[in-house]
Write a protein that binds this ligand. Structure first.
Ligand SMILES: NC(=O)c1ccc[n+]([C@@H]2O[C@H](COP(=O)([O-])OP(=O)(O)OC[C@H]3O[C@@H](n4cnc5c(N)ncnc54)[C@H](O)[C@@H]3O)[C@@H](O)[C@H]2O)c1
Ligand SMILES: [Zn+2]
Ligand SMILES: [Zn+2]
Length: 375
């Protein structure tokens, strides 16, 4: 079918709205009419070229939810009319990590940035006859997507799709960075560095898990004010500014977990985060760096003698099929804030404005809504 999408012809250019040819679902795939897509910083990395894909154009977007409109052969457990969240990480259920309960490490994730469909290794989208990469095998900057069933989590129909789309990336990633990878315990001190669409959920995850101190660090005053609404006990504009007060309030113990959710990860940030981490504590690296970046500043002496850890995190260590339904349950019970995360909505045509607002620190999460326009 023909539909339109926000696509990028080369790094550095603006997102451009153009007609795309979206393939019909083949074996194991479904087509979904989206209600909304979140504007995550990971697409900004594609825009800047910090992260690249093998061929262009690329259809952006990897945080969506909608209604199944077509079902390909061999699909199990999904039918037309089902409400679904698209998780940016597929979960096949049978590979080694999936069967160990680590769906966020599913082997099918290997093709995330290639654009090659899990089902048959071909491209599902063409633009003017040329193959196009769908970001994270989703490409949610389009009102319709054709995706593998591995990327689809069926949900109950009582929750607003326009909002729960955020569980496809930012909420799960941030919450899980604090609760799963961060393994926050009651009484812990958790420092979240970078309070955007991901970090704000690390703040609310840490608070929910019973952290005594939830310290939010962000240079933007609006983000710091929001962090308090989501459970932060203290806020600072930089890690340097946070160090002394953190030492003071924790009686020298410092952070049990320091979570890096800044827009762009840089090697120098690692040592600053380690300095905020107490003995036996860990730095969780959720933020994504330039793909070619291999240098980092780390006191190796401190790392060994104070038994600190540096821990990466993909999708917050959250298994989409088990934990997205649980997070929805927390939302229903008022224990997980989702509506409050959406600080601006945009039409697809306004996507460059949405990303300008992300760069300017104006949003917790901006959302493209497809329900306001007849696409
Ligand atoms: N690992 C994963 O699974 C995963 C998933 C989604 C996103 N990400 C990554 O997480 C990061 C955050 O994404 P987002 O959508 O929340 O971005 P965002 O732009 O919404 O938020 C980033 C925040 O970091 C703040 N910031 C920037 N530099 C800072 C610094 N030096 N100290 C403190 N704060 C700083 C900004 O003011 C902003 O509020 C990105 O790198 C994104 O690619 C990772
Ligand atoms: Zn994302
Ligand atoms: Zn798997």
């Amino acid at each position: 079918m023909k539909t339109k999408a926000a696509l990028l012809h080369q790094p550095g250019k603006d997102w451009e709205i153009a007609e795309i040819d979206l393939g019909d679902p083949v074996g194991g795939e479904v087509q979904v009419r989206l209600a909304a897509s979140g504007l995550c910083h990971s697409d900004e990395h594609i825009h800047t070229g910090a992260n690249t894909v093998p061929t262009y154009p690329v259809i952006g977007g990897h945080e969506g939810a909608g209604v199944v409109t077509r079902v390909g052969p061999g699909v199990t457990g999904l039918r037309e009319g089902d409400h679904v969240i698209l998780a940016f990480i597929p979960a096949c259920g049978t590979c080694r990590p999936c069967s160990r309960g680590l769906q966020n490490l599913c082997d099918q994730g290997a093709s995330l940035l290639t654009g090659l469909a899990i089902a048959d290794g071909t491209y599902r989208i063409t633009v003017g006859g040329r193959p196009a990469v769908a970001m994270c095998l989703l490409g949610t900057f389009a009102p319709y997507v054709t995706v593998n069933q591995s990327s689809v989590v069926k949900i109950e129909q009582d929750v607003p799709l326009e909002t729960v789309a955020l569980l496809g990336c930012g909420v799960s990633t941030g919450w899980g960075s604090a609760t799963e990878i961060g393994a926050t315990h009651p009484g812990d001190t958790v420092v979240v560095v970078g309070v955007g669409g991901v970090g704000i959920n690390a703040v609310q995850g840490a608070a929910h898990a019973g952290a005594r101190f939830v310290v939010a660090v962000d240079p933007v005053p609006f983000k710091r004010a929001k962090a308090v609404e989501f459970g932060a006990t203290h806020t600072y504009s930089s890690m340097a500014e946070a160090l002394e007060p953190l030492r003071d309030i924790t009686w020298g113990l410092l952070g049990d977990t320091v979570i890096l959710t800044v827009g762009e990860m840089e090697g120098d940030l690692l040592q600053e985060a380690l300095s905020l981490t107490g003995k036996g504590g860990q730095v969780v690296v959720t933020a994504i760096a330039d793909m070619t970046q291999i240098d980092a500043k780390v006191s190796l002496f401190e790392l060994a003698l104070l038994q600190k850890r540096v821990q990466g995190a993909i999708f917050g260590g959250v298994s989409p099929r088990t934990q997205i339904p649980r997070l929805l349950d927390l939302y229903r019970r008022g224990l997980l804030k989702l509506d409050e995360l959406v600080t601006a909505t945009y039409k697809l045509e306004e996507i460059n404005e949405g990303y300008a607002d992300l760069r300017d620190g104006k949003n917790l999460r901006g959302m493209v809504r497809y329900t306001d326009v007849d696409y």
